[in-house]
Design a protein around this ligand. Structure first.
Ligand code: CP
Length: 324
């Protein structure tokens, strides 16, 4: 099956790469979510052999816990061999370029590179020099497609059809690759997305207009008003304040952010008592979320983490797997 905007081949329905969700379209997203649901249901008893003989390299130039570990678990569950390479401890520290590193890993036999990089676009560059599959595991403030897909899966498990679902994404939108990819995924699935944060941390004018809205009625808006964003929301996604990506005093201080946008039990009771809570993590406890909220009864954070393995299994299987 050839999906719009992908370089799909007969062997690999998604094509060779997963660089962001925009190229997947609604059909590609549906395909991955359906495969992840099959994996969750335990379908395909031979799935442990789907990637047998394949080598998946986690190439991480930036720190990670959830994404790196879940890709490793996912690849191992599918029978692949996994090698972890981080910038620290590799020849990158001796000055080796990104392209030379990639060529070296290909010559060593890597079939897939799972790439996290602090610079937007790095996985796209890599895909031009690497003959196997490239999966973007987060590039700068640009994209984090597997996070978006696991977010969509977590919502789909609760609400089924995502058309008309009201989702408030709160916090540091400007620096968040999760906000961008998850917003695109939600729009393609027909949800209503409300981006909310301090004006300096909202995207510039024109950003919303450039997002692909798809054909399922997806809508997006942005506001500085937490009350407006949360009104009647089905789900709230609390973004991590990306302290490491703040440039030159965009916000006057964390305490002001916490006072206006930090989510607490009391604030949620007042503004969105029925909403469920999500967060991509890691969480700055006491900043975007009060410490007691991650494990609160209305939190889906643990579901998100569990779904990370299922989504990454689905992606690796669809990109690399043999039909069993
Ligand atoms: N959500 C996310 O990408 O978490 P990690 O940085 O721990 O991978």
């Amino acid at each position: 099956m050839q999906l719009p905007g992908t370089d799909a081949s007969a062997d690999h329905p998604l094509g060779r790469q997963l660089l962001d969700v925009d190229t997947l379209g609604a059909g590609g997203i549906d395909l991955i979510l359906a495969e992840a649901a099959r994996i969750r249901a335990g379908a395909g008893t031979a799935r442990g052999a789907a990637l047998s003989g394949r080598i998946v390299v986690n190439l991480f130039y930036e720190v990670s816990t959830r994404t790196r570990v879940s890709f490793e678990i996912a690849a191992r569950k599918l029978g692949a061999e996994v090698v972890n390479v981080s910038a620290t401890g590799s020849s990158v520290e001796k000055g080796e370029s990104l392209i030379d590193t990639v060529r070296t890993l290909e010559a060593l036999g890597a079939d897939a590179l799972v790439v996290r990089h602090p610079h937007a676009g790095a996985p796209y560059l890599i895909s031009r020099y690497f003959g196997g599959s490239v999966v973007n595991a987060g590039d700068g403030a640009h994209a984090h497609p597997t996070q978006a897909l696991l977010d969509l899966l977590t919502m789909k498990e609760r609400w089924g059809d995502l058309r008309g679902l009201r989702v408030a994404i709160v916090g540091d939108i400007l620096h968040s690759r999760v906000a961008r990819s998850t917003t695109i995924g939600l729009l393609l699935c027909g949800a209503e997305v409300r981006l909310c944060g301090p004006r300096a941390l909202l995207p510039p004018a024109g950003w919303l207009d450039a997002l692909p809205t798809g054909h399922r009625g997806g809508r997006v808006s942005q506001t500085v008003s937490l009350a407006s964003a949360l009104r009647d929301a089905h789900v709230i996604i609390a973004l991590r304040m990306q302290v490491e990506r703040q440039r030159g005093g965009l916000i006057s201080g964390l305490s002001e952010f916490v006072g206006l946008y930090g989510l607490t039990r009391q604030r949620l009771l007042e503004l969105a008592p029925d909403a469920l809570l999500m967060a991509p993590g890691p969480v700055n406890e006491g900043v975007e979320l009060a410490p007691d909220l991650v494990a609160a009864p209305n939190s889906l954070v643990t579901d998100q983490v569990r779904n990370g393995v299922r989504i990454r299994m689905a992606v690796l299987k669809l990109l690399l797997g043999k039909e069993l």
